[in-house]
Design a protein around this ligand. Structure first.
Ligand code: ADP
Ligand code: MG
Length: 697
């Protein structure tokens, strides 16, 4: 689920040389000048303690004047002070504690702080905020704008004209804050444009910074590129923000951004108003009457977390039929539907939202009374973040986790499905490295590919696939992702497309009209074919956007083409391939073990807590120490009969265990009787049996 921004086309037009000449800054105001560095004109020996107080004074005044709050909470003041002194800083506050102010206040304080430091800058520079949550960025920038703070985000919902205005504001130093998604960092034009901001990049804020850590619960490969981004745009300082406090994650973040232990600011995640409970059942079905009873006896806004999208829908329907006000929420739903449900939940018009992990990051509703885990969380951090959404108003709130063996099975299923076989990896690498290259803008070699297609051809799920590419990029330095392109655009006629096209005599309009073919409802515009006529991609996209804004068409981008610039000689010999495959595979095996360990930790957490009923401990003893089922040889034979795959034992084991993958879908095996026929088995023993069978074949 990549969110590529259509605004990418805009930044492709930015000419770096032009920017340099337009915005020549006197050397003394270069953004490489660290705040308060050695020879800054401090107006003669103002002692540093006094100055520190003054910095805090500036921050306090802004807190009152711009945000209307009287005092800082928790460690906010310390965090803001650290950032304003130029230190790289890590802020670990639970959700709702107020992390945003830790970069919003510095962003608008630099002008005053520079004066305080005796620095006479023409421009006070910009703060960049990297955040994975597009909806949230929009809310935040809207709120900031209402306070008179020049903040923008350049996400895909912006029109071409809006994006152009934003980039002009960046170039002219008019913007204080710019929010962007981590995917945007793959856009070379964007990265380039930030090198020439008047006053420089004063601060880079990395929100949800746990995404940078492979040990976090929501690792995003594109986040790994943030550290490189800091160097490239010469950000003066960095503040990372997260609610996830495990030492390993914090350690990863500190390493990536050279954050000193003394600049790690934490507040305790302990919330005395939350009642945490758990209950064990034998099956998922048994949970439903328990949940219904629970909802009767616990009033107020309620989030029910489930693991699978389908479960969210089924359970929401079940609650509705029992007379509750309930809606489902998951990543597979349409954007409008999701935001409408979120709004109605915020306004307490819907009492219960049954959601996957997709719901809740950044939800700021103070009076959520109940958080129910219909399925266990994948990790302890995930659990603590999710329950942290209850009772922000300080009033008593209840959290209940239901757990049964099926939950454990699903977690294992997730983890094991992410590890590709060696053969898959090897096939993938050959496919990618031996592709015909094209020449990039500056004559460099570029590989074009589509993650979706690769995922299908090599039977590797989307998320491990993107991790593989990030590894090839950051660890091996073989490739570098550059702006993806859309190979086609689709649009719907809103009633006057034909009229619009007919009255527009431009070559772009004619090309769109010629190369857009209508199926039943949607037109598909083959942009490649139109470009072959000598027109530029940017002009064509501009035309489409223009018609879309005028309301003549409804536009959506089509197939994405990922592009990678080749940075050094790619592996070519058998030995080189073998070595790379085994390193990548070992890496991913480690990740699989880690995911399983995480799931086990959730079980340990519950069983280890005194406040959970003692009977639970017994039950979990059973969950944790299951005796492996003896391998059913007939079952194995049956699978080998139905499925003639012999090149990938792991694939066969997955079929037996019931783990879906692109290849399973392609061979239509998920509906066959053998799929998940051995789900009660130990995965490793299945793998052993099928390896034997494949070796014999
Ligand atoms: P986080 O990112 O840590 O989850 P937010 O930054 O979204 O939390 O802040 C949560 C809420 O707390 C926001 O409504 C914010 O305006 C409010 N808030 C933050 N700091 C303060 C403060 N010092 N005084 C009062 N309210 C605050
Ligand atoms: Mg936040």
């Amino acid at each position: 689920m990549d969110d590529f921004d259509s605004g990418d086309d805009l930044f492709d037009d930015v000419n770096a040389d032009e920017l340099v000449t337009k915005n020549k800054r006197p050397a003394s105001q270069g953004h490489a000048t660290p705040n308060g560095s050695g020879d800054s004109h401090n107006g003669g020996g103002s002692n540093s303690k006094r100055q520190r107080l003054d910095v805090v004074g500036v921050a306090q005044k802004l807190l009152k004047d711009k945000f209307g709050y009287d005092s800082f909470r928790h460690e906010q003041e310390a965090a803001i002070g650290s950032v304003l002194r130029g230190e790289n800083t890590l802020v670990v506050f639970p959700t709702g504690a107020g992390k945003s102010l830790c970069y919003q206040i510095p962003a608008i304080a630099f002008a005053d702080v520079d004066k305080l430091n005796g620095e006479n800058r023409d421009f006070s520079g910009i703060t960049i905020v990297v955040s994975p949550l597009i909806a949230l960025m929009k809310d935040q920038t809207d709120a900031l704008k209402r306070k008179g703070i020049a903040a923008e985000c350049n996400d895909s919902t912006k029109s071409f004209e809006q994006l152009q205005e934003i980039s002009a504001d960046i170039r002219n130093g008019r913007l204080r804050m710019l929010y962007c998604s981590p995917e945007k960092l793959n856009n070379e034009g964007f990265v380039e444009s930030l090198k020439y901001v008047p006053g420089g990049i004063r601060l880079l804020a990395v929100d949800e910074a746990h995404c940078i850590s492979e040990w976090g619960h929501s690792f995003r490969p594109d986040y790994l590129k943030v550290a490189r981004f800091v160097d490239e745009i010469k950000a003066e300082r960095v503040v990372c923000l997260t609610a996830t406090a495990t030492p390993r994650v914090a350690d990863d973040i500190c390493k990536a951004f050279q954050i000193d232990q003394s600049n790690v600011l934490r507040t305790s995640p302990y919330r005395p108003n939350l009642h945490l409970e758990a209950m064990a059942t034998s099956t998922d079905d048994e949970k439903i009457p328990l949940l219904l009873k629970y909802l009767e006896s616990h009033d107020g806004s309620t989030l029910v977390y489930v693991t699978l999208q389908r479960q969210a829908e089924v359970l929401a329907a079940r609650l509705k039929s029992a007379g509750h006000s309930a809606e489902a929420f998951h990543a597979g739903m349409k954007a409008e539907e999701k935001s409408s449900i979120q709004d109605r939940f915020m306004a307490s018009e819907v009492r219960i939202v049954v959601a996957t992990i997709a719901f809740g990051m950044g939800i700021d509703k103070a009076n959520i009374r109940n958080i129910i885990h219909f399925n266990t969380s994948g990790t302890v951090e995930e659990y603590s973040q999710q329950v942290g959404r209850a009772g922000r108003d300080g009033l008593p709130s209840h959290c209940m986790m239901y757990i049964c063996h099926e939950d454990w099975y699903i977690k294992e299923n997730f983890a094991r499905g992410d590890l590709p076989s060696r053969a898959s990896l090897e096939g993938l690498l050959h496919d990618v490295f031996e592709r015909e290259t094209v020449k990039g803008r500056n004559g460099e070699e570029v590989i074009k590919l589509n993650h979706n297609e690769l995922s299908q051809s090599w039977d590797i799920r989307a998320s491990p696939l993107s991790i593989i590419f990030a590894t090839l990029e950051l660890r091996y330095g073989l490739l570098r992702a550059i702006t993806p392109e859309y190979s086609s655009y689709q649009f719907e006629d809103r009633g006057f497309y034909n009229k619009m096209a007919a009255s527009d005599g431009s070559p772009e309009a004619k090309a769109v009209f010629k190369h857009a073919k209508r199926a039943r409802k949607w037109y598909t515009f083959d942009i490649k074919a139109a470009m072959a006529g000598g027109l530029s991609r940017a002009d064509l996209v501009r035309k489409l956007n223009h018609w879309s804004e005028a309301g003549a068409i409804m536009l959506k981008a089509g197939g994405v083409e990922h592009r990678y610039r080749i940075l050094k000689k790619l592996p070519s010999t058998h030995t080189q391939y073998k070595k790379l495959v085994s390193e990548l595979h070992a890496d991913m095996e480690g990740r699989e073990e880690e995911a399983l360990r995480h799931a086990q930790e959730v079980v340990d957490l519950i069983t280890g807590k005194k406040c959970f009923a003692a009977t639970l401990a017994e039950h979990f003893g059973i969950v944790a120490a299951q005796t492996p089922v003896k391998v059913n040889i007939n079952g194995i034979k049956k699978i080998l009969e139905v499925c003639d795959v012999r090149d990938d034992p792991r694939f066969l084991a997955r079929v037996a265990f019931g783990i879906k993958s692109p290849r399973v879908t392609k061979l239509k095996l998920q509906n066959s009787s053998v799929f998940s026929s051995l789900e009660d088995h130990d995965f490793q023993s299945l793998l052993k049996e099928f390896t034997k069978a494949c070796d014999e074949a």
